[in-house]
Design a protein around this ligand. Structure first.
Ligand code: ATP
Length: 284
């Protein structure tokens, strides 16, 4: 029986802008994202029967057809008329409903994994196109690295890698629903990040300018709903992070530092303050 593995890395938003509301009810976004060294691990086991099964140990994520990994496999099978079956085992390390794109990255890893398992030879572009039917962050997660996603998230342009810095992630003990946050957007009130300046800073590999131009239009909305997010951000800045931002719709806040010793100090400072704290590297 054939067994394959795929890594599903979490992402952080270096920027997240909401540009306009679309006729289909979704928003046009502009997001610069980069993958980090905190990953779920996905294992694929070929099955003789034509079915999809999922196993994972998590109190927060269903292991049935509601799982994004299941949805990705069902879509892949349906679109390419595949009659084979697969068992997908997910080792969940990325916090759930955290703004780190865990579900999206699992779905993207399933598309990449099944492409290999069933020798379909589809390009990443084709997989990303399929991924767009599953969620806003899925197309970017198909590629990983550093990229800018526009439209509903389906247009992805890869960018020069972000500098290899350290990332401290702090997630308060709350889950945030992206849909709920997007519903609260008042387009005339939100603060737009300067995506152009951030792109320039990335192009010049200028760490300090990248930190200056981190920005997330959803941050103030989530902070109004959950004041602890603001508190975490302030604490992270005081602890010495060069730049901090809430990722996605939150509630995870991250801080960037170039030196490991500094990152370690921030990490130590955030522990005891927050239930889930991670010290990882940028992969992008
Ligand atoms: P988003 O910003 O896209 O909502 P997120 O990182 O904030 O992403 P996820 O961890 O992807 O949040 O989880 C969002 C919801 O998706 C949760 O309610 C969770 O139960 C559901 N879900 C379905 N499949 C998965 C999966 N494989 N991993 C994580 N969550 C999943």
């Amino acid at each position: 029986m054939l067994v394959l593995f795929e890594k599903a890395p979490a992402k952080i938003n270096l920027s997240l802008d909401v540009l306009s509301k679309r006729d289909d009810g979704y928003h046009n976004v502009e997001m610069i994202m980069t993958t980090i060294d905190l990953s779920d691990r996905i294992e694929f086991h070929e099955l003789k029967k034509d079915r999809i099964t999922i196993s994972l140990e998590s109190r927060f994520v269903p292991s049935d057809e509601r799982n994004l990994a299941y949805k990705a496999a069902a879509l892949f099978k349906e679109r390419y008329g595949i009659k084979a079956g697969v068992h997908i085992k997910i080792e969940k390390n990325i916090p759930v409903s955290a703004g780190l794109g865990g579900g999206s990255s699992d779905a993207a890893a399933v598309l990449r994994g099944l492409n290999r398992l069933w020798s379909m030879n589809l390009s990443l572009k084709e997989l990303a196109c399929l991924g767009a039917e599953l969620g806003t962050d899925v197309p970017f997660c198909v590629y990983g690295g550093t990229g800018i996603a526009t439209g509903r998230g389906e247009n992805v342009e890869l960018l020069k890698s972000a500098p290899a810095c350290w990332v401290v992630l702090a997630k308060p003990n709350i889950g945030v629903s992206s849909g709920g946050v997007f519903q609260q957007i008042k387009l005339h009130e939100i603060e737009h990040p300067n995506t152009e300046k951030l792109m320039k800073a990335l192009g010049e590999n200028d760490f300090s300018m990248i930190c200056t131009h981190l920005g997330n239009a959803l941050e103030s909305i989530t902070m109004a709903l959950h004041p602890e997010v603001r508190h975490i951000k302030e604490t992270m800045m005081q602890a010495g992070a060069t730049g901090t931002l809430m990722s996605g719709s939150g509630p995870t806040v991250y801080g960037l530092a170039m030196q490991e010793s500094k990152a370690q100090r921030i990490y130590n400072g955030m522990r005891g303050f927050c239930e889930e704290v991670f010290l990882v590297r940028l992969l992008g």
